[in-house]
Design a protein around this ligand. Structure first.
Ligand SMILES: [Zn+2]
Length: 83
């Protein structure tokens, strides 16, 4: 989280200008812990982070299923040769 500046709006309550962690757009933080300019941006960013975290798992799964398919096709070739 990068704090750019603290400004005061007309309500005289301190308002913090933040940099959105999703699209890197400046926005005014309206409540504590707000890190994204909009709920949509937060949802998109959360989804991206989920994919990045699980990319290694997904890749391993894809390789395992490819390996199984390879073994299956190899087995089919062998059974064809016997016929
Ligand atoms: Zn954003």
């Amino acid at each position: 989280m990068e704090r750019i500046a603290t400004i005061a709006d007309h309500t005289r309550q301190p308002t913090t200008l933040m940099l959105c962690q999703g699209c890197h757009t400046q926005f005014i933080q309206r409540h504590g812990n707000q890190r994204y300019c909009s709920p949509r941006c937060q949802a998109r960013s959360t989804h991206q982070r989920y994919r990045e975290t699980h990319r290694a798992v997904l890749r391993a799964r894809t390789q395992a299923s490819r390996q199984r398919a390879k073994e299956r096709s190899h087995h089919d070739e062998q059974s064809r040769e016997r016929q």
